[in-house]
Design a protein around this ligand. Structure first.
Ligand SMILES: *Cc1c(COP(=O)(O)O)cnc(C)c1O
Length: 389
């Protein structure tokens, strides 16, 4: 067995549950982590942090990067560094993980939710344009626009960037799910004034928890780096003229990230193979499609099906229940944020697309560490479900 094929996972026995996207770590991660520990660089500074930043920036194609303790921290810092302030409107897709909008709330600005394209689940450019125009007409200051690369498919930046430029709104790309994806020859993370990646435990690569802000704007990155270390002035004693944050990534976790980054291409291949397998499984099934099926440059972080109940004769939730009985984890597509109690009363520009994806979508096991045996178990369980219809 090759080293890449050995994986460490919590003990679960032969019939261990198949999870949606668990961490995929093994001996390479162990050796990097041990080396960092033995080097004595255990603090949140050190050579692995510097190297991880250089390596991620190179991969994404940006001039700079700053390693942080989470993707959420990266989104927050980007907004602060761009001067987003209380009362601003920040446009956010309604179909995303809550962290995107939470970062806006941390600044005191107001998230304004925008619906998605039905095919990809990504921000709807036309609705974005209309919402920006409405807000500007009513005199609102636009702090930023925060498109998300949904499940590892880049948003339509060819249309989104000119719309935001016309509105004078800086773009922060939430590429938390999208490391390794691309669109029109550019890497996810490189489209906005800043991009943010996540290395949370379930993401395409993991540092157990962590994130990175990437950008070509050296001043912006320097500002984020400064704010991420409690805004310490460069003097021998502790001197502070701004409110900072404790957002840096530890050197140990950066070492873990470097090992993961070395394995990224292999991981992408495996996730893409899962998607192809699901595409074949559902190819002849009426009323079922894959979310963002046409995106060949997606990183395939998570593969979701969308089930039209009228045509299929069953609901996504029915398959979810069937798979759960076989100890196979699935999840619904994000519950749109405009429906979340915590955002009740927030402004939202809606077409109904996100609510339909929430109702009809089902996310299937997509992890790069999924064994062939597990993948076969999933395929068999799906086949059996479809035969029973
Ligand atoms: C995971 C995720 C985040 C947050 O990243 P953390 O590292 O968990 O803080 C932000 N946005 C999206 C779209 C995500 O999926």
């Amino acid at each position: 067995m090759r080293e890449q094929d050995v994986r460490y996972r919590p003990a679960g026995g032969v019939d261990e549950p198949v999870l949606l996207s668990p961490p995929d770590v093994g001996p390479l991660e162990e050796s990097y982590l041990l080396r960092a520990l033995r080097s004595g660089w255990v603090a949140p500074v050190g050579p692995d942090v510097d190297a991880f930043e250089r390596e991620v920036a190179e991969r994404v194609g940006t001039a700079h990067a700053v390693a942080l303790c989470s993707g959420t921290a990266g989104l927050h810092l980007a907004l602060v560094a761009l001067g987003v302030r209380p009362g601003d409107a920040v446009l956010v897709p309604t179909l995303t993980f809550v962290a995107t909008a939470n970062a806006v709330v941390y600044t005191g600005a107001e998230p304004v939710f925008v619906d998605c394209e039905p095919d990809t689940g990504n921000l709807d450019p036309e609705l974005l344009d209309r919402t920006l125009r409405d807000l500007r007409r009513s005199g609102r200051r636009i702090g930023a626009v925060l498109p998300v690369d949904m499940f590892g498919s880049c948003a339509d930046y060819g249309r989104i960037l000119p719309i935001c430029a016309a509105a004078g709104a800086p773009v922060v790309e939430d590429a938390a799910e999208a490391l390794g994806a691309a669109r029109e020859g550019r890497a996810a993370g490189s489209f906005g004034r800043a991009g943010v990646l996540s290395f949370n435990g379930n993401k395409i690569i993991t540092t157990s928890g962590g994130g990175m802000l990437v950008s070509d704007d050296g001043d912006l990155v320097a500002r984020c780096r400064y704010l991420s270390t409690q805004a310490r002035q460069p003097v021998p004693h502790y001197e502070h003229t701004d409110t900072g944050y404790n957002y840096r990534l530890s050197n140990l976790l950066a070492a873990l990230g470097r090992a993961q980054l070395r394995r990224l291409d292999g991981m992408l291949t495996r996730r893409r193979a899962h998607r192809e397998r699901y595409a074949k499984l559902f190819a002849g099934v009426a009323g079922v499609r894959l979310l963002a099926d046409a995106d060949a440059a997606a990183n395939c972080w998570l593969t979701s099906i969308v089930v039209d109940q009228e045509t299929a004769g069953w609901r996504a939730a029915d398959l979810g229940r069937h798979l759960a009985a076989h100890r196979i984890e699935t999840r619904r597509v994000w519950k749109p944020l405009h429906l979340q109690p915590v955002f009740a009363g927030s402004r939202a520009a809606l077409s109904g697309a996100a609510e339909r994806l929430f109702a009809d979508g089902l996310t299937l096991p997509s992890g790069s560490g999924m064994s062939d045996h597990q993948a076969a178990r999933v395929a068999e369980a799906i086949d059996r479900f479809l035969e029973g219809r």
